[in-house]
Design a protein around this ligand. Structure first.
Ligand SMILES: Nc1ncnc2c1ncn2[C@@H]1O[C@H](COP(=O)(O)OP(=O)(O)O)[C@@H](O)[C@H]1O
Ligand SMILES: [Mg+2]
Length: 342
């Protein structure tokens, strides 16, 4: 078999590859199941006869979205590094153990989260807004940001490069949204410049309920291919966008989602410590939230659950705030909530 031709979504290819690489016994035939949900990887669950299960991911060069969106598949190595470092920084049990990687095939493998588990995004969209989960989501991010900061030298040596963050976030989210909204261009270009100038701690880059599985009431965080040393305010803007867009979409739970957004931020601040109070940080969180709210409507990866009229409403709410952005997260949440009532 040609090295470059491996497609882990072809079960026969995958099994012979895994046997050849020594990750399965010779002649062993595991149960193979494709895992849906992501757009940037092939993701496959491998259940072995001995009861062990692992998940293997293979990074795609062209992402599975409508727009033409490409990113170097060598980012699978970044995910392998992310898995290993986050396991040291995040609370026990929140990161799946790293198993192996093969940069040549753009492949990385980790332990599978056991069944039964549920994707947190699915739970939220079904209207289960558990405040405790939001607080833990804030605590997890605050803990990672706080614990990583003192490892500046060591972590910068590993995660300094931001190419994947640029090709998977800055260009497709902010620049693309700016190209469709001339009125937001200056705001977004300035936000990009600030982001690039900010190098404070380990930034996850994909901190979303979609990348959280709930197993036995514990949260497990997945999907670390955009991890880099950068601007932690991005993680907050990115994740708050998911909570606020659900406040818009799930109107029967609107008040709960708005409350949840505030609790999430408070819990983050509590766990990240004094650090959250530094100059300009909260205002930057608010600006990233506006940037991401617009990007999830007009970027290369719009939120699939928002209808056309909901997208219009989200865009209008954001554009109205961009001229004079709120300085605090609570003001932003309140303002966004009010815009949904009109
Ligand atoms: N270790 C794992 N255990 C169980 N399910 C997983 C695991 N890793 C990924 N998945 C499932 O596969 C989906 C896609 O994985 P993800 O890492 O988010 O890939 P992508 O980068 O393509 O978004 C997840 O939403 C989750 O449902
Ligand atoms: Mg994902």
């Amino acid at each position: 078999m040609q090295i470059a031709a491996l497609n882990i979504e072809e079960p026969n290819q995958l099994v012979s590859y895994l046997r050849g690489a020594g990750h399965l016994e010779a002649g062993e035939s595991p149960v193979i199941r494709g895992l849906p949900g992501g757009v940037s990887n092939r993701t496959v669950l491998v259940q072995r006869a001995n009861g062990a299960s692992f998940v293997i991911k293979q990074a795609l060069a062209k992402l599975r979205v409508e727009a033409d969106w490409r990113s170097d598949p060598s980012r699978s190595h970044r995910e392998a590094l992310g898995l290993q470092w986050l396991a040291r920084l995040a609370p026990a049990g929140t990161i799946t153990p790293f198993l192996f990687e093969d940069p040549e095939h753009h492949v990385v493998a980790m332990a599978a989260v056991p069944q039964p588990h549920e994707n947190w995004k699915t739970r939220l969209l079904a209207g289960h807004v558990e405040m405790d989960c939001l607080k833990r989501f804030g605590a997890l991010l605050g803990t990672i940001h706080r614990r990583a900061a003192p490892f500046r030298e060591e972590l910068r040596a590993v995660f300094d490069d931001r190419t994947f963050f640029e090709t998977l976030r800055l260009e497709p989210y902010y620049l693309f949204a700016a190209s469709r909204n001339p009125g937001a261009r200056r705001f977004l270009e300035q936000l990009i410049a600030e982001t690039l100038a900010t190098r404070e701690t380990l930034t996850h880059g994909d901190y979303s309920p979609k990348n959280v599985l709930i197993h036995e009431n514990e949260m497990v965080l997945l999907d670390h291919e955009v991890v880099h040393w950068g601007d932690p305010a991005f993680d907050l803007g990115f994740s708050l966008t998911h909570v606020l867009s659900k406040a818009l979409h799930v109107d029967s739970c609107r008040a709960a989602f708005l409350t949840a957004a505030g609790l999430y931020w408070e819990s983050y601040c509590e766990h990240v410590g004094e650090w959250a109070k530094r100059n300009g940080f909260e205002a930057r969180v608010a600006r990233h939230t506006l940037g991401c709210l617009l990007a999830r409507v007009d970027g290369r990866s719009p939120l699939e659950y928002l209808s056309g009229p909901e997208r219009d409403q989200q865009r209008a709410a954001v554009l109205a705030m961009m001229d004079d952005p709120p300085a605090t997260v609570l003001a932003l949440v309140q303002n966004f909530g009010q815009s949904l009532e009109s």
